[in-house]
Design a protein. Structure first.
Length: 134
């Protein structure tokens, strides 16, 4: 895997959100191309554990990381220096921060405010400054 003329062989890469899914695939491809990889996520899925215990065992390290916390992101640099002897040259920011609208403390919608077919009531929409759906 390369990005234009940027080969990954011999590079140190951080892949956030790599405990599962497409970001795990990025980490796997980077290792196959000769990169050393920091797999950063809240947890590993079963597939992530298989990778870390198999082909990633020598070239990858898992580090628990909540990307919404700066201190945990900064810790990735320390992990890289400890495990691989240098700071990462490649950063793949794959992790997402998800907060469903209905759980947001700013909105705090109640089930009774949600109308038929998932539409919100006019009162809730006004609070959220949203156009009313029909």
């Amino acid at each position: 895997m390369s990005l234009g003329d940027f080969p990954l062989k011999g590079k140190i890469a951080v892949v956030t959100g790599a405990g599962s899914g497409i970001n795990l695939s990025f980490a796997q491809l980077a290792v196959k191309q000769g990169a050393r990889v920091i797999v950063a996520d809240l947890k590993l899925t079963e597939d992530g554990e298989k990778f870390m215990n198999g082909e990633g065992a020598k070239a990858a390290v898992f580090t628990r990381c909540d990307v919404s916390k700066r201190s945990e992101l900064e810790n990735l640099l320390k992990v890289s220096e400890e495990k691989f002897g240098d700071v990462p040259e490649v950063y793949i920011a794959g992790a997402g921060v998800f907060e469903p609208v209905c759980l947001s403390p700013m909105i705090q919608m109640k089930e009774t405010e949600i109308g038929r077919r998932g539409r919100t009531s006019g009162t809730t929409q006004k609070k959220m400054n949203m156009p009313r759906s029909t």
